[in-house]
Structure formats: C-alpha cells, structure tokens
Design a protein around this ligand. Structure first.
Ligand SMILES: *Cc1c(COP(=O)(O)O)cnc(C)c1O
Length: 387
C-alpha cells in the first residue's frame, strides 16, 4: 500500500490543493463561512431561489405529506406522485414529450450516454465539457473524440469521418467555467445531417436563458426534433436539487429500461420534488429575476472593462476573470477575501492548464451596491498587479 502523502504534498506545492469551507445558514450573497462574514460571488443559485420562502414552505409541506425519504428506487416503490407531477411539469416547461428525473446531473449524464451508445459507437464532446459528460463518455466504452471548443466545423470534420456505429454529440449549453453559449443551431444542423444524437447539458442555462427560463434551447428556438436530448439540473438556477432528461417518449422509455444510474439508485425525497415544483412556478412567472441578472451582468462587465482586467467574453451570469497560473488565481482570491469578498479560484484540472481563473457568478439576489463592492475590491487587484 503506497503512501498518499507525496501526492497531497505535490498538490499543495503546485497550488492545486482544494479545501472545503463551512457555510453557516442558507444560500444567499451574505454568508458566514468558517465563522467569517463574506459577500459571495461564486454560488450557482443564479435566480436566488435556494432560500425562497415559498420553496421552503413547499419542502416542509412535502415532508409532512410524503415523509423524509423516498424509501426505494423509482422502479420499486420510490416513484411518488410528487415526482410524477414534477416530471409532467418539466416536460411542459421545456416543450418536450416527456421528462425523467435523475438524482443528480452527474448521474443523468452517465446514465444517458451509456444507455444510448457503447462499444462500436462514437461519442463527440466539446473539449470544455463538464467532467460529468466526459466521465459518462468514457464509461460508455464508445470511441471518444473531443472537438475544439465551440468549433462546429471541427465537429463536422470528425463526424463525417465516422464509418460505422451510432454517433452521439454532447455539449454544455452554457459552459460551466467559461459562461459562453455553445453554437447549438449549427451543431443541430450538422447532427441532423449526419444522423447523430445531439445531447445538450443545460445545467447553467435552465432558469437563466429563454423567455420563461427554459434555457439555451429556448434561447435559440430549438425544438425536440433539432435537439433530441436535453439534460437540465435543478440544483443551480432552479435552486433545489436533482436533474432531469427531457425528450421523446421512446427516449424516456429507453432510459427507464437501460440507464443504470436511474435504475440502481434511491429516488430523491419526494419533498424535494415538491420544493422544485414551487420553484419552477417562480422561475416561469418571475421574469424580473432574469431581467435583474442581465442588468447586474451589464453593470459588472462595464465596471471590469473600465478596470482593464482580463474578463472573458460571456453573456451569462458566469463572468470569469482569467488569471493564468493557479498561483495567480489563488492570490487574487485571497486578496478579495481580505476585503470580505469570496470568489473561489478555479484551477486545473477543472480548467485547462494555464487558464486558472476567478469564476465570478452573479445572482438575482445580489444588488447593485454589492456589485459595486466587488468592483471596488477588484480595482485594488489591478493596482497590486500593476506594481
Ligand atoms: C453542475 C453540473 C453538472 C452536475 O449536476 P449536479 O446535479 O450538480 O450533479 C452537470 N453538468 C454541468 C455542465 C454542470 O455544471
């Protein structure tokens, strides 16, 4: 049995060591982390629904009605009327035939890819796809190809070279660490022409993009025929927990029969499904949350551009500042924290080598004054770096 210490020490030395913070209380911009009050800009609770009174009330009521645990997998006794109603509401929300709940987005990606392709087939993925898509692709045993980020011409080249087997193309809708949106209309056209499945992981688009928050497919006006597989998560913009896949009746039935991460796991507590149902109503109705986000994004981008910091191009609440080295990203993060602001440093292997960054995220629960505070703190970074 080898010693684990040297690898841990290497990570420390290379500024790649990760540590957890302990948050007291509910998700909101002002958090007490490790006993210290901090203004945070790194949560994925984009619409500020994780701590919404109506969502909390639905969770409590759901617990009274259904108890604390689901007791079994969906295929045994765990599939409650709360789960079932939520699936129907999600399908109608996304304009798709049906939806299927998974316990997490990570599991949904694993389950879908391995259910649809295997040995003798091929999976094509954007280089910057989320780790759960990458892992799902590897687990499926299909031939694994990665195309250059957001480069549909490169995808076309790879797809046309495939001689046999099924093809599945998977992409983030909104890229989790970059905030940019995939060229979905072009990808949909290429996939249709080549007879390939197109799967969009919209973990960061759901709730945020589209008229009622239906995500990046609604943003582009793409329907179920153009993008047959939509995966959405419920723990980010929706503010609760879990994930879903939406698409045709045949797709959903196939997943129920074959997706191992659906079949072999306990259903999430029904009360959580009730909380999500309440949240989904707010997502659809309260478009002011999306409008407010857009105005905070404009305020932030305008401010950062004036400071001359290396802001990446992004129209979404994910607004990364490119630091380069892991050491630089960590130092920036520490300098902000000294001023009472928390933005975590994102380092390899989450992002490619040399592209460590501060991943700033904005939420509808932030206000203009808080964004001002962030900009003031960022201004001091620039001065120190210029010295
Ligand atoms: C967070 C995330 C996931 C995983 O979803 P969970 O429900 O947190 O497991 C999948 N894909 C992307 C792009 C994500 O950002």
């Amino acid at each position: 049995m080898k010693s684990l210490t040297p690898e841990l020490e290497r990570r420390r030395r290379e500024h790649l060591y990760r540590r957890r913070r302990v948050a007291a209380g509910a998700q909101q911009p002002e958090l007490v982390m490790d006993g210290k009050p901090l203004l945070t800009f790194c949560s994925n609770d984009y619409l500020g629904l994780a701590n919404h009174p109506e969502v909390i009330a639905a969770l409590k009521k759901g617990a009274d009605q259904y108890g604390a645990g689901s007791g079994a997998a969906h295929l045994v006794t765990g599939h409650s009327s709360a789960h079932h109603a939520l699936e129907e509401e999600l399908a109608s929300f996304c304009g798709r035939d049906r939806a299927l709940l998974f316990s997490t987005g990570y599991m949904a990606n694993q389950g879908v890819i391995a259910a649809l392709v295997g040995r003798g087939d091929a999976v094509y993925q954007d280089r910057l796809n989320h780790a759960s898509l990458i892992d799902g692709g590897l687990l499926s045993r299909a031939q694994f190809k990665r195309f250059r980020h957001a480069d549909h011409a490169h995808l076309r080249e790879q797809l046309t070279a495939q001689e046999k087997g099924e093809a599945l193309v998977a992409t983030d809708g909104v890229f989790s660490m970059d905030g940019d949106i995939a060229p979905l209309p072009e990808m949909a056209e290429i996939c249709a022409r080549q007879g390939a499945w197109l799967m969009v992981d919209d973990a960061h688009g759901i709730g945020v993009l589209g008229e009622q928050g239906q995500g990046s497919l609604a943003h582009f006006g793409l329907n179920q025929d153009q993008v047959p597989i939509l995966m959405g998560t419920l723990g980010k913009g929706i503010g609760t927990f879990g994930a879903f896949v939406a698409g045709s009746d045949d797709l959903i039935e196939t997943l129920i029969q074959q997706a191992r991460s659906y079949i072999f796991t306990t259903a999430t507590p029904p009360a959580v499904a009730e909380a999500t149902r309440a949240s989904l109503k707010l997502v659809r109705q309260e478009s002011w949350r999306r409008e407010r986000l857009q105005s905070l994004i404009q305020q932030f981008r305008h401010g950062v551009e004036q400071l001359g910091l290396p802001l990446m191009a992004s129209p979404t609440p994910i607004q990364p500042l490119l630091a380069g080295s892991a050491e630089q990203a960590l130092r920036w993060s520490q300098q902000l924290e000294q001023q009472g602001i928390l933005v975590s440093a994102i380092r390899p292997p989450t992002v490619p080598e040399g592209s460590a960054r501060l991943r700033v995220t904005l939420s509808a629960s932030h206000d203009e004054k808080q964004v001002e505070r962030l900009l003031d703190a960022l201004a001091t970074l620039q001065i120190e770096e210029a010295v």
